[in-house]
Design a protein around this ligand. Structure first.
Ligand code: ATR
Length: 279
């Protein structure tokens, strides 16, 4: 039997539409390695057992974790990177001297997509983030590493935003509804980290003014412009983006941790865009 290479998987629920099983083999091909990458739909109460039994398999090297298990993955890992500790969430796991090591590459993926792919500088900018859930926790450490950024988090439930401020005292927080008065400065970068635009028409957005060259970035991705992107264009955002580039970039960061090779991403983003739009 031939060597099928290191084994990886993504765990989530649902997982059917995950692009990770297409992304990682493209990375592996760039360094002439063969890997196997599975997608595993895990029962909502079955994550720790599923992760443990995955790593009991001889070729298992790493896992990507997606919704809704990132916080559980954080609790499962004995060792954690600083950024995973700050985020309270893990999207990348690997074995390290018999223990499970948890990291979070989401923030680095976002920053890389904005700066390298969209050629948009984050330093010195006025940033507003919508939402205070797991997705936002994951990106804040990387955004706060940039110099001289002002970050305001708006959330429907103010208590959750206040909780976030305990973890990240540098941020300002405000309620989403009725926040009009609290957006005192024009926005350079608006990030949608809510799941609201996916399924709710009841979403109430504050009036916001964008600076020239403002970017509106949606953490979710889709074949067409997302409703958030359309909304932001109407409100005057110069550039809009979905989160497909972030998805590929966070995957690249994971791959680099596992295989010590940082892949080229532009061709992979292009391939995934094509896959999405022709699906
Ligand atoms: P994720 O891990 O994807 O971030 P989450 O932790 O459930 O998911 O967070 C979802 C985010 O979307 C939260 O900020 C949530 O606001 P609340 O904290 O008030 O629940 C936000 N959200 C979901 N539906 C919304 C809606 N209809 N209007 C405004 N915000 C909404």
């Amino acid at each position: 039997m031939g060597n099928r290479g290191n084994l990886y998987a993504v765990m989530g629920n649902p997982i059917e539409h995950s692009l990770s099983p297409y992304i990682h083999p493209l990375f592996a091909a760039q360094c002439n390695r063969s890997i196997e990458y599975e997608k595993i739909c895990v029962a909502l109460d079955g994550f720790p057992a599923a992760a443990t039994s995955f790593f009991a398999r001889p070729r298992a090297r790493g896992l990507n974790i997606t919704v809704p298990f990132k916080q559980q993955a954080y609790r499962l890992c004995a060792l954690l990177s600083t950024r995973a500790q700050q985020a309270g969430a893990v999207n990348t796991i690997y074995h390290q001297s018999e223990d499970l090591y948890g990291d979070n590459t989401d923030g680095a993926g976002l920053v890389r997509d904005i700066e390298q792919n969209l050629c948009w500088e984050i330093d010195n900018k006025n940033i507003v983030v919508l939402g205070a859930g797991g997705a936002v926790r994951g990106i804040l450490p990387a955004l706060l590493e940039k110099s001289e950024v002002k970050i305001k988090v708006l959330n429907r439930t103010l208590e959750k935003a206040l909780d976030l401020k305990k973890q990240f005292p540098e941020i300002e927080v405000a309620p989403l509804v009725g926040a009009d008065g609290s957006i005192t400065q024009p926005i350079d970068l608006l990030i949608n980290g809510t799941s609201a635009f996916l399924n709710a028409e009841a979403f109430v957005l504050p009036q916001m003014i964008f600076n020239p060259n403002a970017l509106a970035y949606d953490l979710i991705y889709s074949a067409q412009n997302t409703p958030f992107m359309e909304w932001a264009k109407l409100k005057g955002a110069t550039a809009v983006s979905d989160g497909l580039g972030m998805l590929v970039e966070q995957a690249a960061e994971s791959f680099a941790l596992w295989e010590s090779f940082h892949p080229e991403t532009a061709s992979v983003i292009e391939a995934m865009r094509k896959k999405l739009t022709t699906a």
